[in-house]
Design a protein around this ligand. Sequence first.
Ligand code: ADP
Ligand code: ASP
Ligand code: MG
Length: 469
Amino acid sequence: MKFGGTSIGTASAMKQAMRIVTEESAKAAPLVVLSACSGITNKLIQIAESAGGSRLEEAMELAGEVRRHHRELVETLIGDAGRKAALMERVEGYVAELEMLVKGVDIVGELTPRSFDTFCSFGELLSTSVFSEALRDAGHDAVWLDIREVIITDDNFGAARPLDELCEKNVSTAVRPLLEQGKTVITQGFIGSTKDGRTTTFGRGGSDFTAALLGAWLSSDQIQIWTDVDGVMTSDPRIVPDARSIRVMTFSEAAELAYLGAKVLHPDTIAPAVRHNIPVYVLNAHHPAARGTVITDDPALLEGMSYGGLVKSIAVKKGQCIVNFRSNRMLGRHGFLVDFFNVFARAGVSVEMISTSEVSVSLTVSDSPKVEEIARELGRMGEVELEHRVATVSVVGDNLRTSKGVAGRIFSSLKSVNLRMISQGASEINVGFVVEEGDVPKALQSLHREFFSGEETSRIFDTPVQKRG
Ligand code: ADP
Ligand code: ASP
Ligand code: MG
């Protein structure tokens, strides 16, 4: 069971998550993976950047806010005086360590990826400490586990990946026995450790990935991702207020959606579940009775639940940049594109959507200062033009593979939107295009009306869910 930041961010959210965990543990002891409380990882990143930028006072002030937030949780959630004092001391220990790191980085005057990951790890260490003690205070047989002793990763700080064999062995010696003794295990998402004990992270949103990995290594019968909306929805409910909750989707649809920007799942979550064929449930912690989404390839679960509609969901990724490139030297010449893409490879920038003709290439990348560097180098090979502040929008559904006329419906519903680029995904289950960021709400809402307002779709969807703040 994984709970995201908003599902444990406040005392009342934590109580709600405790109820959900307690109910589950009546069936079998669950392994519970937590994110940091909402807003805390962002704050830790700000602290790291302030420390690295010689803004010591600002960093210490923000560390004080982290302390205050968790002290308040302890104050509200823990009844037993002795337990409360011990937990306050533990919170103080972590925050003191954080402040020491701030001072260290300030003295050295440089924030390395290695220390950046250590900064980020305090959010999960703190949230899990409070949560497990609150459960114990309520009489629950819960144990806190430092996941850095189990998930051993490579040393790619900021985007680490697990060393599978080692982790699987650790899970069977250090996690499985606890569960078999009936203990509810509370541990951190997002973080891990190198072989020599340096703290690493999986990258933003990585707690979903932790949960999927642990579920796979334990061969669990299911992985539950508890979040702040009614499962995976037909689009981002913050942009499309009419978005509906999807009952069931295939692994490939969910993976594609996550890759294409739907924040509800970290893009790496699906792979471990697919490898072990474990269904992933996406559920609403604020509204547990609402029907969430099950992600599965099991024909029995898919049958009857999947609707005949063409499109499952519409994803959006903002903060992108289009690189338009044109050179007559491309015409009829082999090897030119190798040189072209090598420029991106050398800069360590990942290319996302691509569209080509004989003499031009358009593609999108996540916008960053590196893009200007790339443009300068490409300028030696041909004409380059950048379009900043654009977003990719992708229409996803397994049925797109076999249906006709979808592109027609997509583009006729977008008559009033300026399309900057178009690409049919090679996976055949998505059609994507690029719009200016300001056009995102209009584009998403028009598409949503086109594909999800018909009578035929209502059978598998809930009534529109409430938009959450
Ligand atoms: P958590 O803290 O639980 O990991 P996230 O904020 O990472 O939660 O992800 C949940 C959010 O993802 C939702 O609040 C919603 O705004 C956004 N989102 C984007 N696309 C979708 C989608 N297709 N379905 C559901 N939520 C989506
Ligand atoms: N706390 C981390 C983040 O905010 C990981 C997560 O929430 O999944 O990115
Ligand atoms: Mg998330």
